[in-house]
Design a protein around this ligand. Structure first.
Ligand SMILES: NC(=O)c1ccc[n+]([C@@H]2O[C@H](COP(=O)([O-])OP(=O)(O)OC[C@H]3O[C@@H](n4cnc5c(N)ncnc54)[C@H](O)[C@@H]3O)[C@@H](O)[C@H]2O)c1
Length: 256
């Protein structure tokens, strides 16, 4: 699918991987609606990207707000061709930690944002994308890209909730791709390794360096642009479907 002239929703678009993806898709000629809870950063992004972008403050887990959001997208843009789900949180806590047993509400919060939020956004997106009228020469209506993590496969100590959430995102990829095939919609998931985003930049520099050195090649953190370029490629390569791509420099995370 050519990005130029197409309409995309990017969740978590105010920061990190989502912000870089929005920037890349606008650069390729797409129209991008960024959604995020962070109003300040989101508005900044909209100013930076200009007229082919829009920022909407939205909680991806809010059922009625998300439904209304897509009604507005349909009215304003008349079409949707892609959703890139980057909104997510990555806290860590041990099941048997220093301060006691893992809080159940904390576990549920991670699942709610990372899994339910992803699903809530994609179900309405699939509906709107399925209504896109194919033009002559076009073979696909749109593409949904979800963001998992290598923690879905090699989660570290303290990542039980996060790994469970990302494992769910990985697992939904194939059934979604199979079901949405009849609507000419593809579904892909990217499982990033250690990315240089605000989520990671909050860590002390020494820890960041040590994390980078653990990567076989290249021995550094991944750049958000590398994620954004992969999203761009997925959009353009119609044969990528129902698969999870690790974007991780061959890292396999150790227990801690
Ligand atoms: N940074 C990494 O190393 C890394 C590695 C693997 C996977 N990931 C995943 O990539 C995705 C993006 O991470 P990032 O590093 O860009 O993080 P980030 O913190 O820079 O961006 C995440 C964004 O999601 C938004 N968000 C959180 N909850 C939301 C909600 N309920 N509704 C709407 N927006 C919400 C936040 O406001 C934030 O702007 C996440 O799903 C994360 O789990 C990141």
């Amino acid at each position: 699918m050519l990005v130029k002239g197409k309409v995309f929703v990017v969740t978590g678009g105010a920061s990190g991987l989502g912000a870089e993806t929005a920037t890349h898709l606008v650069g390729l000629g797409g129209k991008v609606i960024m959604v995020d809870m962070n109003h300040e950063l989101g508005t900044e992004m909209q100013h930076r990207l200009g007229e082919h972008s829009e920022f909407v403050k939205l909680d991806v887990t809010d059922e009625s707000a998300v439904e209304q959001f897509y009604k507005n997208v349909a009215e304003k843009y008349g079409q949707l061709n892609g959703l890139i789900n980057c909104a997510g949180i990555g806290p860590s806590a041990k099941v048997l930690g220093k301060n006691g047993i893992h809080d159940l509400a904390a576990f549920q919060k991670v699942l709610n944002i990372n899994v339910t939020g992803t699903f809530n956004m994609l179900r309405f997106a699939a509906d709107l994308i399925s209504k896109y009228e194919l033009k002559s020469g076009e073979e696909e209506r749109g593409v949904i890209v979800n963001t998992a993590s290598v923690a879905a496969y090699d989660g570290q100590i303290g990542q039980t909730a996060y790994s469970a959430s990302k494992g769910a995102v990985v697992a939904m990829t194939l059934p979604l791709a199979r079901e949405l095939a009849q609507h000419a919609i593809r579904v892909m998931t990217i499982a990033p390794g250690i990315m240089e985003t605000p989520m990671l930049k909050g860590l002390p520099e020494k820890v960041q360096e040590a994390l980078g050195a653990m990567v076989p090649f290249p021995p550094r953190l991944a750049k958000p642009e590398e994620f954004a370029h992969l999203v761009g490629h997925i959009m353009e390569n119609a044969y990528l479907n129902g698969e999870v791509i690790r974007l991780d420099g061959a890292i396999r995370m150790q227990p801690k």
